[in-house]
Write a protein that binds this ligand. Sequence first.
Ligand SMILES: [Mg+2]
Length: 358
Amino acid sequence: MKITKVSIKQIKLPLKQPFKIALGTDYEYVGVVIRIETDEGIIGLGEASPSSRITGETIGTVVDIIESKIKPLLIGKNPLNIERIMDEINSAILHNPSAKCAVDIALYDILSKYAKLPLCKLLGGFKEEIVTSVTVGIKGVKDTVLETIELVEQGAKIIKIKIGLDPVEDIEKIRAMREEIGYDIKIRIDANQGYEPREVIKVLNEIEQYEIEFVEQPVAYWDIQGLIQVKESVGIPVMVDESLLSSYDAINLIKAEACDIFNIKLMKAGGIREAIKISNIAESAGISCMLGCMVETRIGVGAATHLALALKNIKYADLDGHLFLKKDIVEGGVITEDGINRVTSKEGVGVKLIKEIF
Ligand SMILES: [Mg+2]
């Protein structure tokens, strides 16, 4: 089998509401969809959701790197040789993980369609479903509580709230949420690097009584000593997100004993292949993983859900990025019902374009 054509398309999709986190606010989703065609008629779809704040990429850099560097490497290659193709791409291009991720997802889509299997079965098939958190962006106490109640009424089993801008308000929000929803629903929190170590230690010690599942990225991504300080001073498990992009980061974080849990995202890692490496390294070091996502279509969240179902060591999911979109360009890929993600029995990632965009 040979790759005969590679096409990319920029997409811009409205969000249901603006999404505010400690790093900034998003008003719409802009991403890139890739379509890889083969001489045997099998077509793979992939997606890049670039984030200048997290991966240092923009739509422009993704489009340029794919057009100028990646496309020439792909044409004529056997798409089933994913290890060889990704090795060539990694040798030619430093960083740019979401651009690499788009290609990687499309190649795994082709491989699993060729094998006539849903991707999760090809990659390991460990579980049939995974509970996902649903995220509430930064808003006032009253609005946070109202949105939490709404999400719980819709079936959410885990609420993740974004914090990191105002310690007093963050403590009050969590107290008010517990008062309203009780303790049957799990709460996880994500500071997106918003705090200094000393500040966040105070906040976390204050809210520990409200049963927090874990705290994501309490301090700046580069502040490994700060992470260690937080981990050693609080009872809430510490998860890294922005500090962990590649498998090299994973090794360094494990050596430093800087965290309790990893948040792996396909867009940060550069796709499924590198995400599996991170999860395997973590598993051997006794660190469990969550699979997270950016705001993404059902291509990206679908691929991530397949991977989360495939691997034993992916014990948590924050795979709700598709739920932020007012409309999607694809259907299938992932089914989210009552706060649980599943996939269909379709081959590959299982997504289909709602209308032709290429
Ligand atoms: Mg995060």
